[in-house]
Write a protein that binds this ligand. Structure first.
Ligand code: ADP
Ligand code: MG
Length: 616
């Protein structure tokens, strides 16, 4: 008697959850299972085509790289077969028994986050192989890995919690999936119905798809075709196919060049930003091809990291066909290709922003983080990328953007700086003391609302030969504001007061001086740290970078302000009260600047002051 090799296995817990959702909650759009199985078959063929470049010994060498689909409406089955790389016993358990792969994992985390379980979710993440259980009573996967020593295997399951793996006989290279359909899903054994589905979802597959013997797709890749012959619909369909996406592309760049390098590329900007939706850092989404052969679908070194949100294809005939993924990453040629694409892409965005600013601003709201990351980290493209930055400013309305270039165009030539201020929102900057003097001088200030923006400004350092400078920097010297014909304290009194304040405040302050920039506020706190701004310091602390939390702050006082004049007299009459007042002035200035770390002392001090005032 033949040895019984059947082994029963439990699906991993997460797989059970996915199966449960797939089987019980998804009634619409069941047909997507065909797209998922065909896309897996196509992946397996692409991997084999790549292996053929480097390996000599391949099982069933002569088999064509194609996908065959057969339907049987008597037996109620649909069978999808490919001659790709196939699977070993370990592959079967790992790939079909656990969810180590991308689609289902993201799907599950979206569901756990309270995402609505509907066909949109499947469309966005693809539940991959498991979607077959929407329509299947049971599934048999016959497979033979591409190596000559591999075994013929059969995996089967009814999707209810367990699967079995046993030895099989005479399986050809690749994978054959026999789907035994539920009675109510009989339609998927109908040849016309399946043909319709395939033409909708799978017309971009790079390998012949034969349905019951008839080839139904055109395998000329869209990125090699002439732009003028491609409709918007075709582009959109290709994007959805290639990116496994449900949304429409936001922008596209179809670009070809012959010299110095032969490149055909088709790149899309999606509408949705998955990182913004909390899915963590995404993998690069632009695949690298050489003469229509996939080299790598997530090439790490091709494009700069900040471009990982893009989807699409780069095909270069100049790449050596048998280039390995590892050597690809640091080859000078791939760098060159990457650089050409990057330059073109930035230019495309710049053009698009001029053509339709509103559309660009909408894109910017969702994707600006990538542009900013680029400015901070992509040294080569920094200056070009800076043109894509957008900020509100003291010269714009709320929700209106300016470019750095527009800022420069508006400033007088003798102004050698571009000023910015960081605060969480517009109101805080508008009402804060730092803006006062700039407003009085009619100098525009950019408004930065995210801590990362300060990193961006510090990394960029200059734009159009003008230094980027934070307006709360203590080094800035503005001409004295001549406003308000109020009398200031005498020079002697001012100096004495500054000295006295410095003495009373001690370590908590770096320097005290008479301000030239203040108009209405009694005092202002300025950042005296050359390296890091207070908000950057706070961010580093939150990231546990072991930074010393003490800000280095200079205090400037407005000697035309009544409060300061009173203080000058008070310090000689009632030093204790004057000290309380001084401490409170500092805290107020710190709050206004957004620097105050610990407000606890302030409460008891304010009570003491109130007590004194109410005595009189
Ligand atoms: P994904 O395609 O996102 O990785 P799937 O659930 O569609 O997720 O597939 C899971 C894994 O099973 C694939 O990554 C692949 O390793 C393996 N697999 C599925 N179908 C095939 C096939 N036809 N040939 C070889 N491997 C396959
Ligand atoms: Mg898949």
């Amino acid at each position: 008697m033949a040895e019984k090799t059947t082994k029963k296995h439990e699906f991993q817990a997460e797989v059970k959850q996915v199966l449960d959702i797939v089987i019980n909650s998804l009634y619409t759009d069941k047909e997507v299972f065909i797209r998922e199985l065909v896309s897996n078959a196509s992946d397996a063929l692409e991997k084999l085509r790549y292996i053929q470049l480097t390996e000599k010994e391949i099982y069933d060498e002569e088999l064509p790289l194609e996908i065959t689909i057969t339907t049987d409406d008597k037996e109620n089955t649909i069978t999808i077969e490919d001659h790709g790389i196939g699977m070993t016993r370990d592959d079967l358990s790992q790939n079909l028994g656990t969810i180590a792969h991308s689609g289902s994992k993201a799907f599950l985390s979206a569901v756990k986050k309270g995402g609505e379980v509907n066909q949109n979710l499947i469309g966005q993440f693809g539940v991959g192989f498991y979607s077959v259980f929407m329509v299947a009573k049971s599934v048999e996967v016959y497979t033979h890995n591409w190596t000559k020593t591999a075994k013929s295997l059969l995996w089967k399951s009814d999707g209810s919690g367990t699967y079995e793996i046993e030895s099989a006989k005479g399986v050809r290279r690749g994978t054959k999936i026999v789907v035994h359909l539920k009675d109510e899903d009989k339609e998927f054994s109908n040849s016309e119905r399946v043909k319709h589905i395939l033409t909708h979802y799978s017309s971009f597959v790079q390998f012949p798809i034969k349905l019951n013997g008839e080839q139904i797709n055109n395998i000329q890749p869209i990125w090699m075709r002439n732009k003028n012959e491609i409709t918007d619909e075709e582009y959109t369909e290709f994007y959805k196919f290639q990116a496994n996406a449900f949304d429409e592309p936001n922008y596209r760049m179809h670009f070809s060049s012959d010299a110095p390098i032969e490149i055909n590329s088709l790149i899309f900007v999606p509408k949705m930003n998955p990182e913004q939706m909390g899915f963590g850092k995404v993998d690069p989404g632009v695949s690298l091809y050489c003469k229509k052969v996939l080299i790598d679908n997530k090439p790490e070194g091709l494009l700069p990291d900040w471009m990982r949100f893009l989807k699409g294809v780069v095909d270069s005939a100049d790449l050596p066909l048998n280039i390995s993924r590892e050597s690809m990453q640091d080859s000078a040629l791939t760098n060159k290709i990457g650089q050409v694409i990057t330059g073109r892409f930035i230019k495309t965005l710049e053009d698009e922003s001029k053509k339709n600013a509103e559309k660009y601003n909408e894109f910017y709201k969702n994707f600006s983080i990538f542009i900013k990351e680029g400015v901070a980290a992509d040294f080569k493209n920094r200056d070009q990328l800076a043109k894509l930055l957008r900020y509100e400013s003291s010269a714009t309305e709320k929700d209106e953007f300016t470019t750095l270039q527009d800022y420069v165009d508006r400033t007088k030539e003798e102004q050698k700086e571009i000023y910015y201020l960081y605060a969480p929102n517009r109101e805080t900057i508008d009402s804060g003391p730092h803006l006062e003097a700039f407003k009085a001088h009619g100098i525009e200030v950019l408004y930065l609302y995210e801590p990362v923006d300060e990193f961006v400004m510090t990394s960029l350092a200059k734009y159009a030969d003008k230094d980027l400078v934070s307006a709360d920097n203590s080094d800035i010297e503005l001409e004295e504001v001549a406003a308000k014909k109020k009398k200031a304290l005498s020079r002697k009194d001012s100096e004495a007061l500054c000295e006295w304040i410095k003495e009373s405040l001690g370590e908590s302050i770096n320097e005290v001086s008479v301000s030239k920039r203040l108009v209405d506020s009694p005092a202002i706190a300025l950042n005296a740290d050359k390296v890091m701004s207070p908000s950057m310091r706070r961010m580093m602390k939150a990231m546990k970078q072991g930074v010393d939390m003490k800000n280095s702050v200079n205090l400037e006082i407005n000697t035309k302000h009544d409060l300061i004049k009173n203080l000058s007299a008070l310090k000689d009459k009632d030093a204790d009260t004057a000290k309380l007042v001084t401490e409170q002035i500092l805290d107020n200035a710190l709050i206004a600047a957004g620097y105050l770390e610990d407000p606890r002392d302030m409460v008891s001090r304010v009570y003491k002051l109130l007590e004194k005032v109410s005595e009189k």
